[in-house]
Design a protein around this ligand. Structure first.
Ligand SMILES: CC(C)(COP(=O)(O)OP(=O)(O)OC[C@H]1O[C@@H](n2cnc3c(N)ncnc32)[C@H](O)[C@@H]1OP(=O)(O)O)[C@@H](O)C(=O)NCCC(=O)NCCS
Length: 161
């Protein structure tokens, strides 16, 4: 098997800026994540909980990240993104696998997330890793253009009980 050209590792303090830059770039797409421009990059950088964030790197570049908010009553809420040029190469899958392992190691009983119904790539990725659809929040997210988008709730139980 060819060696993966990217590496997965826990985030560090110096990743805040690059991660926030990546977040702003993906927000510009106005498609996969709820955030839209303008993103306050400095504020976003400060908001990352690096202890609960995992990054994908290529050399010194951060090309993806996943973070686990919470825990809230034992569950963690996931957010993730991959740089456009790096999609479709297994980065998202590797990040999600690492986050699931992270959650198990810390005794979380569940991981959950919200995803837009049109986000086929993300939904397929989550399903591939065992997440199931648990519900749909109608007209949940107000977009900058005034549209109201539904949000699909997905979850993965990490324990058998
Ligand atoms: C969703 C996202 C994180 C996926 O990351 P990725 O690195 O492209 O995903 P991978 O290459 O690891 O693909 C993993 C699986 O996802 C699915 N997938 C990926 N791209 C897909 C596409 N364009 N269409 C359908 N399924 C796709 C497949 O099941 C794939 O598994 P396979 O390669 O065995 O078929 C990435 O597209 C992204 O960052 N999008 C913008 C931000 C976003 O939407 N974040 C999620 C918010 S909920």
């Amino acid at each position: 098997m060819p060696e993966r050209p990217f590496a997965i590792r826990p985030a560090r303090d110096e990743d805040r800026g690059p991660l926030a830059g990546l977040f702003a770039a993906v927000a510009e797409e106005r498609d996969g994540i709820a955030a839209e421009p303008p993103v306050d990059v400095e504020r976003r950088a400060a908001a990352f909980h690096v202890d609960a964030t995992i990054v994908a790197t290529v050399g010194d570049d951060v090309v993806g990240g996943i973070w686990i908010d919470g825990p809230f009553f034992g569950f963690g809420e996931l957010g993730m993104l991959v740089a456009r040029d790096w999609r479709g190469r297994g980065v998202g899958s590797a990040l999600l696998a690492a986050a699931i392992e992270w959650g198990r190691e810390r005794g979380l009983h569940k991981l959950s997330l919200g995803v837009f119904p049109h986000n086929d790539a993300a939904i397929a990725l989550y399903r591939k890793h065992g997440f199931e659809v648990e519900g749909r929040r109608r007209k949940h997210i107000r977009r900058a253009n005034g549209e109201l988008w539904d949000l699909i709730d997905m979850g993965l139980l990490l324990t058998g009980d």
